[in-house]
Ligand binder design. Structure first.
Ligand code: 5GP
Ligand code: ZN
Length: 135
């Protein structure tokens, strides 16, 4: 089901033209219009789900298989040194388009694309609390 006013629904359905790299019944893979690096692509399901938390498990699994296949092609064709596969959920995590998508970003050694974080520390108290709550 597509959602009115969702840009990725329209792109996935082909109602808005996009630079499509791959398409099947359930997915479309497109070039990102604001790439972090040349070749940055997005895997979009054709059905609308806002984020991974809403996605059925089977479709989620298929989306990551599509991402893996595109990553293999990306590595072969673009001869990149590495690939980031990212998937943002909710505004606090950097999501700006609220239709599930997976980013594939080709990386070169020392390309200075800032996707990192400063490592913190895992205290014994945090570890105990998280093991208690999340396991
Ligand atoms: P998010 O921040 O939600 O994880 O990522 C959204 C991504 O979608 C961004 O990288 C942005 O450049 C890309 N994007 C937003 N609008 C469009 C569009 O209309 N077409 C394409 N191809 N990419 C888009
Ligand atoms: Zn949508």
């Amino acid at each position: 089901m597509s959602q009115e006013n969702c840009i990725f629904c329209k792109i996935a359905a082909g109602e808005i033209p996009s630079a499509t790299l791959y398409e099947d019944e359930e997915f479309r893979v497109i070039l990102d219009v604001g790439p972090a690096a040349k070749g940055h692509m997005l895997v979009l399901p054709k059905e609308h789900y806002a984020d991974i938390l809403e996605m059925p498990e089977e479709l989620t699994a298929k989306a990551f298989v599509v991402a893996k296949r595109m990553a293999q092609k990306m590595e072969q064709v673009l001869e990149c040194d590495g690939i980031n596969i990212l998937q943002n959920n909710h505004e606090a995590a950097g999501q700006t388009v609220f239709h599930f998508h997976i980013h594939l970003i080709p990386r070169k050694k020392n390309d200075k694309i800032g996707l990192g974080w400063k490592p913190g520390t895992l205290s014994d108290a945090d570890k105990a609390e998280l093991l208690e709550k999340l396991r």
